[in-house]
Design a protein around this ligand. Structure first.
Ligand SMILES: Nc1ncnc2c1ncn2[C@@H]1O[C@H](COP(=O)(O)OP(=O)(O)OP(=O)(O)O)[C@@H](O)[C@H]1O
Length: 257
């Protein structure tokens, strides 16, 4: 474990019980992530990507194995429910493919939800919300409703909401799955900018090798396991990185399980 390690998974497994059948979604998965790293998870459909992300986010309990944030072990049993709730609330921010915004609320209110739930005072909420709005370049849209925004703008709002409490780790599950090509690139550029400016640790799941090329390290999953890992060289341009990602993906798929 390097001194900069922020997240550590040790032999994590997840078995879903489906009636009398067992689905092994994750098998002995272990890896470490450094603070400030932008890690991408790719893989075949059903390979366990979302399951992995949800375990890291404290949203589902692994069947076995360990999850550490720095040197703190995250427990999933009922006895530690409060610690787990704190972990989800303080350490993790999440964005999804479907934005998950509340249409009955304005953009400002959507972004402020985590602060309102924490009982922060009104002036601090106002100030922090307006800072976040600026960071995602939506200063002119604070009083709009989500349905009055484009898909890319809605994802920016979701990102602002996920980041407003400065989470240790940002999890992004197919954040560009509902966006067109140019808008997707703009979201990834924003993620990279947030990483550079604030040292944000990011873990993103995507199917798209070009979006993955914005990351620094790719973990490739197949049959519930990380089968391959690719460190992208910073000096390569996006197209070269994309080509390397595609080559590594097909290399992994071609290998016997
Ligand atoms: N709640 C559940 N109950 C039973 N089986 C599940 C459940 N959630 C996921 N699975 C199964 O676990 C396996 C991994 O699913 P997961 O959603 O993690 O894969 P994925 O890599 O994210 O897939 P995709 O790229 O298609 O979204 C699949 O076989 C899936 O059917």
């Amino acid at each position: 474990m390097s001194s900069n390690t922020i997240l550590r998974l040790g032999d994590v497994e997840k078995v879903y019980q489906q009636g009398s059948n067992k689905v092994i979604a994750l098998q002995k998965t272990k890896f470490e992530i450094d603070a400030g790293e932008f890690v991408v998870i790719m893989g075949t459909s059903g390979s366990g990507k979302t399951t992995l992300l949800n375990i890291i986010g404290g949203m589902i309990e692994p069947s076995s194995g360990t999850l550490f944030l720095r040197d703190k072990k995250i427990h999933f049993d009922a006895k530690h429910a409060q610690q787990l709730a704190q972990y989800r609330k303080k350490e993790i921010g999440v964005v999804f493919q479907d934005f998950n915004l509340i249409d009955a609320m304005t953009v400002n209110e959507n972004i402020a939800i985590p602060l309102i739930l924490d009982g922060e005072d009104a002036s601090s909420i106002k100030e922090r919300t307006s800072q976040m709005l600026k960071r995602v370049s939506l200063e002119q849209r604070g009083d709009f409703r989500p349905y009055e925004l484009s898909g890319g703008q809605q994802q920016r709002v979701a990102l602002a909401r996920a980041l407003i409490k400065e989470p240790t780790i940002l999890l992004a599950d197919e954040p560009t799955g509902n966006l067109d090509f140019e808008t997707s690139k703009a979201i990834l550029e924003l993620l990279v900018e947030i990483k550079r400016s604030f040292g944000q640790t990011i873990i993103m799941v995507t199917h798209d090798p070009l979006m993955a090329a914005y990351g620094e390290r790719i973990l490739f999953m197949h049959d519930g396991m990380i089968k391959e890992e690719l460190q992208l060289l910073e000096e390569l341009d996006l197209d070269r990185k994309r080509e390397e990602i595609i080559a590594a993906f097909y290399d992994m798929k071609g290998r016997p399980s």
